[in-house]
Design a protein around this ligand. Structure first.
Ligand SMILES: CC(C)(COP(=O)(O)OP(=O)(O)OC[C@H]1O[C@@H](n2cnc3c(N)ncnc32)[C@H](O)[C@@H]1OP(=O)(O)O)[C@@H](O)C(=O)NCCC(=O)NCCS
Length: 212
């Protein structure tokens, strides 16, 4: 398997004690909004479980997932940075995390399928991407874009039309293309499924990269 995935139901989260390290607990205490606390903790539970499985670790608190300035979390074990590719997403009742190998690139996105207005479509998608219509298609397309943004690791610094996905194939423009080239323009696979029920989940994955 190229990557492993863990899904956590945010309505039945275990208590933070025993899961978070001291540094994570300190950060967790700064989060004021209950929704943000739940999704932040859920993402950590999901990623820690999947990393623990991959590395055969039993103590989740020895794995740390600390926020960085650009939003992309850093993964550490016993305070040493781990270079495994990883990604977190949350939407409504679920948090999902994925982890892969050291030379891989990975981004995931989960979205609840909802109806969006025409202006949203115009604002975020290039006309070439809109090869179909309907809530399932547009939600899937959105998750593909977000998974690709996370794979590139930049977060909000990109414009949504610089990262496109046409028929499941990524296309990069402008700053996104520069970043993609800096990564050695690796082949990227985007897999989208309607799962869990009522949600779309996309995984953008590249097995290996050659930094130019
Ligand atoms: C990073 C981004 C994709 C967040 O997506 P989102 O759908 O709002 O939220 P998700 O729940 O799917 O993902 C959030 C997680 O992404 C991860 N993340 C944040 N910044 C990241 C980055 N720069 N690179 C990789 N992962 C990042 C974090 O783990 C975060 O969870 P945490 O803060 O609890 O650890 C960001 O682009 C964003 O906020 N987009 C908002 C909408 C937008 O304009 N999109 C443009 C699409 S091209």
């Amino acid at each position: 398997m190229a990557y492993q995935i863990e899904v956590v139901d945010l309505t039945t989260l275990p208590p933070a004690n025993g899961i978070l390290s001291l540094r994570e607990q300190a950060y967790y205490q700064t989060l004021r909004f209950p929704k943000r606390r739940t999704e932040w903790l859920g993402g950590r539970v999901a990623l820690k479980r999947v990393v623990a499985r991959q590395l055969c670790l039993s103590d989740l608190a020895q794995i740390e997932i600390l926020p960085q300035e650009n939003g992309k979390p850093q993964l550490l074990v016993e305070q040493k940075p781990l270079t495994l590719a990883h990604s977190i997403t949350h939407s409504h009742d679920f948090a999902v995390a994925a982890v892969s190998g050291e030379s891989a690139l990975l981004g995931i996105d989960l979205e609840k399928i909802t109806h969006r207005i025409e202006a949203w479509k115009r604002d975020f998608f290039h006309p070439n991407e809109l090869t179909s219509d309907g809530d399932d298609f547009l939600t899937a397309l959105w998750t593909q874009k977000e998974a690709l943004v996370k794979l590139l690791g930049t977060g909000l610094s990109l414009r949504s039309k610089e990262v496109c996905c046409v028929g499941g194939k990524p296309q990069f423009f402008g700053r996104a293309l520069e970043l993609y080239n800096e990564l050695g323009h690796p082949p990227i696979t985007v897999v989208t499924e309607r799962w869990p029920s009522g949600y779309m989940l996309s995984v953008a994955f590249s097995a290996a990269r050659e930094i130019s």
